[in-house]
Design a binder for this molecule. Structure first.
Ligand SMILES: Cc1cc2nc3c(=O)[nH]c(=O)nc-3n(C[C@H](O)[C@H](O)[C@H](O)COP(=O)(O)O)c2cc1C
Length: 290
């Protein structure tokens, strides 16, 4: 609620009790232009019994329904159900979590975004993990191509619940993301941008962004980009840098630094580059320090 009173507030007597139904409107234009989230809350004696949320981004241009209309319809539906059979209706309500579910205790989540399991990005990911472990911290390296990740479908329902409509391996990655201090993205340049699997991970992190909009956790994460390109020249990383930096910024992750290695199709193996292992180690330590 920002400054305004509830959009709707009703007291409903039923079976000797009084229930309160309210609809509140929240301006989320700090997240997306014009985004509004509506929260329908059923309470009794100060206890929240049920919540329904909907937001204006859920309704595509061709859908003849808007969020406000939908939440008012839902309020009327709840009122009728409460008057008819409160016991049955209340048993059917799911109580939403008051806080984000717990994290996983991982200190550094290292995303290996190359489809090649034994390529240069996997070596870079291994170095970042070794450095994390040498500091007494817990790393988790994830090979995205080993996972089942459905692409984001842009339903925006995560802004109502804080979680994605799909239950796949992304659930575990978001659990890890909650507690990490450092996020490392290792990626090859594919057609000037990131490979498809990494882009799916990035888009699905929308649910983590949404979770933050509901539960407002503390920030304090540092992000690192480690990238390799086959061709010569830093211009090959222009798009990758933009994609990864805007992804991190969106999640409130401070970009702690990057290591970009070009000419890799000629070099073939990052282990032949003197000082690279140490450079990555320094960056990982720095990201934990800040
Ligand atoms: C489908 C595909 C597209 C690529 N596109 C580019 C590109 O646009 N620019 C570039 O410099 N290298 C490009 N590369 C080369 C890779 O970035 C390079 O081979 C890299 O080492 C692969 O990383 P990996 O060893 O971790 O698998 C491409 C490679 C593939 C397979």
């Amino acid at each position: 609620m920002e400054g305004k009173g509830p959009l709707l507030s009703r007291e409903i007597p039923s079976a000797g009790k009084v229930y309160t139904l309210t609809v509140e409107e929240e301006d989320l234009s700090r997240l997306y232009p014009g985004m509004v989230r509506f929260t329908l809350r059923l309470a009794s004696g100060g206890n929240t019994l049920g919540i329904f949320r909907t937001n204006s981004y859920e309704y595509s241009p061709t859908v003849p329904l808007g969020a406000e209309q939908a939440v008012r319809q839902k309020a009327a539906e709840w009122e009728r159900a409460l008057e008819k059979d409160p016991g049955r209706f209340l048993a059917s309500l799911e109580k939403p979590p008051a806080a984000a579910p717990p994290g996983e205790g991982v200190d550094a989540l290292i995303i290996q975004g190359s489809p090649r399991p034994d390529g240069n990005c996997s070596i870079l990911a291994g170095w970042a993990a070794e450095e994390t472990a040498a500091m007494g911290k817990k790393p988790r390296v994830v090979f995205l191509d080993d996972l089942v990740l459905h692409p984001c479908i842009g339903c925006y329902q995560c802004y109502n619940t804080g979680s994605c409509t799909f239950e796949d391996d992304m659930t575990g990655l978001i659990r890890a993301l909650r507690s990490v201090r450092v996020l490392v993205i290792c990626t090859p340049v594919y057609t000037n941008t990131v490979p498809g699997g990494l882009k799916i991970f990035i888009d699905r992190c929308q649910a983590f962004h949404a979770e933050k909009s509901l539960f407002h956790p503390a920030g304090g994460k540092g992000g690192i980009l480690l990238s390799v390109a086959g061709r010569t020249g830093m211009g090959n990383f222009t798009c990758v840098k933009k994609v990864v930096a805007s992804f991190m910024r969106n999640l409130g992750i401070r970009v702690a630094g990057e290591v970009l290695i070009d000419r890799i199709d000629g070099i073939r193996d990052v282990r032949t580059l003197p000082g690279l292992r140490e450079e990555i180690g320094d960056l990982v330590r720095e990201a934990f320090r800040d």
